[in-house]
Design a protein around this ligand. Sequence first.
Ligand code: NAP
Length: 230
Amino acid sequence: MSSTKHVVLITGANRGIGKEIARQLAGKDWQVIVAARDHSKAVQTAQEIGSDSFGLQFDVQDEKSIQKAAILVEEKFKRLDVLVNNAAIGDDDNILKVELERIMQVLDTNLMGSIRTSKYFLPLLKKSDDARIINISSDLGSWTTLKNGGYGAYRLSKVGLNAFTIMMASELERTNVKVFSMSPGWVRTDMGGKNAPRSVEKGAETAVWLATESKVVSGNFYKDKKVIDW
Ligand code: NAP
C-alpha cells in the first residue's frame, strides 16, 4: 500500500544532525525512513523517534546495499518525496598532510556515497509530485573558505558535493525534483565536538525547512534558510 504521508529518507540518521532531521520531520507527521549502516542502530533509532518511523540498513560506501534498500523502499512505501544525503565522516588535516587512503575514504563516503544514494533513489523520487534531494554540505565546502587551511579531504568532498548539487539541479531542471546543498553551521555532535556553538535542533532546521517549504529554489546553497555563496 502506498504511504499517504510524505516520505523522507535520511542517511546516517542514527545520531547527530541526521537523527534530529528525522525527529523533526516525524513531528510534522512525515513517514520517516531512518537509514544507518548498522541495522540494529537504524531500528533502535526508528523506535526512539516513534511515529511509525522505519529503520533501514545501508552503507553509503556499499553500492549493493543501497540498491537493495531502494528496492525495499519502493516495495514498502511506493513513494519517496525527500532524500537527505547526510552521512559523512570528517578529517581535520591539511590536504598535503592527509594519507591518500584517508582522502579516498572521505571522498568515497561523503561524495560518492551521496552520488550512489541519489542515483539509486532517483527513479522513485521522480514519481513524487514534489521531490527534493538535500545534500548536507558545510561552510568548509564553500570556495570562499578553501584558503583557510585544515580539513583538506573533508573540504574536497563537500566542494564536490556542492558541484554535484549544481549539476543534478541543472539536469533535473524540467522535472519535479529539486536539489539543494545546505550548511548546518558548526554543530555539537560527535563530528562537531562539544565546543560547537550550535545545537542539533538549529543544525537540522534548514534541512527541515528545505524539505517542507514551497518557495525554495533548486540548485542553491542554503544556510539559516538563506541562499549563501558557493
Ligand atoms: P556525526 O554525528 O559524526 O554522524 C555522522 C553519521 O554518518 C553517523 O550516523 C554515521 O554512522 C554516518 N555514516 C558515516 N559513514 C557512513 C557510511 N559509510 N554509511 C552510512 N552512514 C555513515 O556527524 P554530524 O555532525 O551529525 O554530521 C551530519 C552531516 O552534517 C554531515 O554531512 C556533516 O559533514 C555535516 N556537517 C556537520 C557539521 C558539524 O559541525 N557537526 C558542520 C558542517 C556540516 P555510524 O554511527 O555508523 O558511524
